[in-house]
Design a protein around this ligand. Structure first.
Ligand SMILES: Nc1ncnc2c1ncn2[C@@H]1O[C@H](COP(=O)(O)OP(=O)(O)OP(=O)(O)O)[C@@H](O)[C@H]1O
Length: 326
């Protein structure tokens, strides 16, 4: 079996926090233990693309900090790229690239190209390696037009591309991305996702990303880990995740004429009609039928001009998983 890129066993991190369950006077004095990550045991192999999903405060950042050596675990073990993150932090930095949407690793006042040069020097890249890798990233992330622009003048989409390039300049084996597409427009999101898919394909890079965006999960991840109050609540693929909670997909059809409600179609549930039935929404269970079959049944009753299929909302899926565990 190939060596894992990430391996944790019983990984736990506790914090001492003020106890907010008591009154204001006691609160200032009383402290309790908060278990941010609770006995996490996972193994991620080379080349996997893993979505790390959970509500705010579930423990995602704490896990990432332990994987990268920023935080010391309270208990349990962790190896990243075969190294002990805290003890081998410097060596690990050569093998891991981290993109935190909110935090920049670029020099604000310098042109993008200068930041890349500094990072290449920090990572000890040879002149040839630096040139080749920079050219590759500039082309793939379409950065040529703003290479000479100071970082502070970039649009959010441009800056995110520059951040990703900066984190990947040294060709890390593992790339950790925290909400990589948050706030980006549709086109920028698409570009970034396509780049990450291509990077993984050409270099066999392992991806671990936190996101609230279903599109990121769908297009980038072949495995999903859901964390709930520090504990692993799900480990599997997207289809399995939807199945676990019985989440439905929704077919939205635009019809040529006003049509009465499309009820009674096998394995569907009529959700709503708008404009006297010109647009109708049908929920269906992806396990028992397909969008194509539902569409065929609709087409027997009305002429379909346009359609979209809405995937289950990731927040909703996570909420359902959480609800089932309470
Ligand atoms: N330094 C700290 N001191 C005390 N409590 C902390 C600390 N860091 C995190 N926590 C707590 O640990 C829990 C997990 O936090 P964490 O930041 O890992 O969650 P998260 O899943 O990354 O959330 P978000 O999506 O909001 O970033 C939360 O209850 C948080 O308040």
């Amino acid at each position: 079996m190939t060596d894992p890129i990430i391996e944790t066993s019983g990984l736990t991190r506790e914090f001492r926090v003020r106890d907010t369950s008591t009154g204001s006077v006691q609160r200032a004095l009383k402290r309790r233990t908060l278990v941010a990550v609770d006995e996490l045991s996972v193994r991620v192999g080379p080349g996997e693309a893993v979505g790390y999903i959970g509500a705010n405060g579930a423990g995602k950042s704490t896990t990432i900090k332990m994987l990268t050596g920023i935080l010391v675990p309270t208990r349990g073990s962790v190896t990243t790229c075969g190294l002990r993150p805290v003890q081998d932090r410097r060596r690990l930095a050569r093998q891991v690239g981290v993109v935190f949407g909110q935090r920049s690793q670029l020099w604000w006042d310098l042109p993008v190209r200068e930041s890349f040069r500094i990072l290449a020097a920090i990572h000890d890249l040879s002149a040839t390696a630096e040139q080749e890798r920079t050219d590759e990233l500039v082309e793939r992330l379409e950065m040529a037009e703003f290479l000479g622009t100071p970082v502070r003048q970039l649009s959010l989409g441009q800056r995110m591309r520059a951040e990703v390039a900066a984190a990947l300049l040294h060709s890390p084996r593992l790339v950790i991305l925290d909400e990589p597409t948050i706030g980006l427009d549709v086109l920028s999101k698409q570009r970034l996702r396509e780049f990450l898919v291509a990077e993984r394909r050409t270099h066999g890079t392992t991806l671990l990303l936190t996101t609230h965006d279903m599109g990121d999960v769908e297009r980038l991840c072949d495995r999903i880990l859901v964390i709930d109050r520090g504990r692993l609540a799900y480990d599997g693929d997207l289809l399995g995740l939807s199945r676990t909670v019985g989440a439905e997909r929704v077919l939205v059809v635009d019809l040529a004429e006003a049509t009465e409600d499309l009820t009674g179609i096998t394995a569907t549930r009529h959700l709503a009609s708008e404009g006297h039935g010109l647009r109708q929404r049908l929920a269906f269970d992806a396990e028992t039928t397909t969008a194509a079959r539902v569409l065929a049944a609709v087409s027997e009753r009305a002429e379909v001009l346009d359609l979209t299929v809405e995937e289950p909302d990731i927040e909703d899926v996570v909420r359902r998983i959480y609800a089932a565990r309470r």
